[in-house]
Design a protein around this ligand. Structure first.
Ligand SMILES: [Zn+2]
Length: 400
């Protein structure tokens, strides 16, 4: 079977090039959606045992739908290994930073350049050809194979994986691989994601002439933010070496503009904080603690101070000894001779929605140089082909 995949190398490169040249951008970023890309992939899935579409309606895009494809190959036992990739890509960013046109596939030195080549084109192709190899193998696969191609991953997954989770097609015993984050040799398996908490602070004061200060909202905000920053780091100081950095981060980021001139004291200061919190902590506890600091400053200064949560998401960790972790580690070891390490990330992938929905056998893995969202994004052809081998080998006993 590994030889079959090797022989399909040129077809894989050809499909990746086609995938790159279909600009599947979310309407949230001004694009026309994922329909063309989904229809291209449907042509490759004709021979699968079962192919279904679970499209979500969205009047903003071409065809009025955000497509989600589920394709299956039947196995011996009643357990499915799902491989989930996403159809959408982010815009090119500043085009002047690109050496080649972002939506034209350019092959150079064993790499294919273009927006979406790595994120998530590489894994769309590697999982699809792993599926074709499993389908055409001369023995029936041990597990059912489920290929899932979702829309809307880059802007919230409402029309993608979240929509699919409502259809009840997954079972709690199933395995899930999300090939959307990885490392250059494929030596890292992602089992956890930090919780995300975005906060908005409105700190009030009294607007006045700078020569006659009363209550300066800007100074009050700076004191509050610095104090809150220190207090959060001290209170939620647990370390977990799964993550890089191995601790929770609390970063003041955006600050809204206040007054236009130097000699006016601002009566309102609006700022934001991006927090990435280790999964050991409950976000409710963090928010309660922030509320206690907020209240202290309101009473002390006898002036209003508002805190608003503008985004929050968290997901449990996939256990280190879960079956999917052991199975994938063993397969990588058999094919590549390396013992993978487990790790966590500060961002979010589809795996977090699965873990949240109670699917504990969910990991993210692929082999990549991490060029996603950057200019001159590329996919190494070898990574795409070798990942297809690992993904297909999961469905058979190592002897096969
Ligand atoms: Zn991605």
């Amino acid at each position: 079977m590994l030889k079959t995949i090797e022989e399909m190398r040129d077809k894989m490169v050809d499909l990746l090039c086609k995938v790159i040249e279909i600009k599947a951008i979310s309407p949230d970023f001004g694009g026309e959606g994922e329909l063309d890309k989904a229809e291209l992939l449907m042509r490759y899935l004709k021979d699968f045992d079962n192919v279904e579409r679970f499209d979500a309606r969205d009047e903003r895009v071409k065809g009025g739908v955000r497509p989600n494809i589920v394709a299956k190959v039947k196995g011996v036992v009643n357990k499915t290994i799902w491989i989930i990739t996403h159809l959408d890509v982010v815009p090119e960013g500043d085009e002047r930073l690109w050496r080649t046109p972002p939506f034209k596939a350019v092959i150079e030195n064993g790499k294919v350049y273009g927006r979406g080549s790595e994120d998530n084109g590489q894994s769309i192709v590697s999982s699809l050809f792993a599926g074709i190899a499993v389908l055409n193998a001369d023995v029936k696969p041990k597990y059912n194979l489920g290929l899932v191609f979702v829309s809307d991953e880059e802007s919230g997954s409402e029309y993608g994986l979240k929509h699919l989770l409502k259809q009840g097609i997954f079972s709690k015993e199933d395995f899930f691989i999300v090939p959307d984050v990885g490392s250059p040799k494929g030596e890292l398996i992602e089992i956890a994601e930090k919780s995300i908490l975005w906060l908005k602070f409105e700190v009030f004061g009294v607007q006045s002439h700078a020569s006659m200060p009363v209550k300066n909202a800007s100074r009050r905000a700076m004191k509050f933010l610095l104090d809150l920053d220190e207090k959060l780091h001290a209170k939620f100081n647990m370390r977990n070496d799964l993550f890089d950095p191995p601790y929770s981060t609390f970063e003041p980021t955006k600050r809204d503009k206040n007054v236009d001139n130097v000699n006016t004291i601002p009566g309102l200061d609006v700022s934001y904080m991006d927090c990435r919190i280790l999964p050991e902590y409950s976000l409710d506890d963090v928010i309660d603690y922030i509320e206690s600091v907020r209240r202290f400053y309101e009473i002390k200064d006898k002036e209003r101070l508002n805190v608003e949560v503008i985004q929050r998401s968290s997901s449990p960790k996939t256990p280190e000894n879960s079956e999917i972790v052991l199975k994938l580690s063993e397969t990588i070891y058999n094919l590549r001779g390396i013992k993978p390490k487990l790790f966590g990330i500060g961002g979010n992938t589809c795996a977090s929605f699965l873990r949240n929905a109670g699917f504990r056998n969910a990991v993210a893995w692929c082999t990549t140089d991490s060029t996603a969202h950057k200019p001159n994004e590329y996919c190494k052809i070898d990574n795409m082909v070798e990942d297809a081998k690992v993904l297909s080998a999961l469905f058979f006993d190592p002897k096969y």
